[in-house]
Design a protein. Structure first.
Length: 187
């Protein structure tokens, strides 16, 4: 027997949810992979940061001549490690939350407030990505003196972090609407 169209809204809603489920699951898996890649990149950046600072200390106290590029590189690495970590913190819900109001609401109100909070975080991420992208573009002609690279490299981590925050907030909204939880990237 062939399926026939129905006007029952519940049947249509369930059919659409089933049709979208594989795409939404793929989106969640992709976000988890991106978050894991960001964490490993941050770990690598932290190791490089430790090496750069160690070179600074060794150069200053042992050689009496600090490498000029070490401090600039360390400052740049701090930006990358921090911004990628912040984005992963949004995905893994590792940020500070004030949940007293949320706990005082009924279940339906909690769900709406959670969605609203993630919409605000997503808006913040989009605005951060957009404005930091504009900043990166405006200073791209200037060079970081000791490194010889474009000054835009200082704003790229915040641009990337803002975009990732928006993607991860959308993932949380989808999970709430599907009555799922976002599993942290390290699990």
């Amino acid at each position: 027997m062939l399926a026939t169209p129905t006007n029952d809204p519940e049947v249509n809603k369930a059919g659409r949810a089933q049709a979208l489920a594989p795409a939404l699951d793929a989106y969640t898996r992709t976000c988890a992979r991106i978050a894991r890649a960001c964490m490993w990149t941050s770990v690598f950046g932290l190791i490089c940061l430790i090496i750069a600072v160690t070179l600074q200390i060794f150069g200053r106290h042992v050689l009496n001549s600090t490498p000029t590029w070490a401090e600039s590189l360390a400052l740049l690495l701090v930006l990358y490690v921090t911004m990628l970590g912040a984005a992963v913190g949004v995905r893994d819900a590792g940020h500070i939350g004030f949940e007293s109001l949320l706990d005082a609401l009924p279940q339906a109100g909690q769900r709406r407030l959670r969605i609203f909070i993630h919409l605000l975080v997503m808006l913040f991420g989009v605005l951060m990505a957009w404005n930091c992208g504009l900043l990166a573009e405006s200073v791209s002609a200037y060079k970081i003196p000791n490194l010889g690279i474009s000054n835009a490299w200082k704003y790229i981590p915040a641009t990337l972090s803002g975009a990732l925050i928006a993607l991860f907030s959308l993932e949380h909204i989808i999970a709430i609407l599907r009555n799922h939880k976002v599993v942290p990237a390290w699990r």
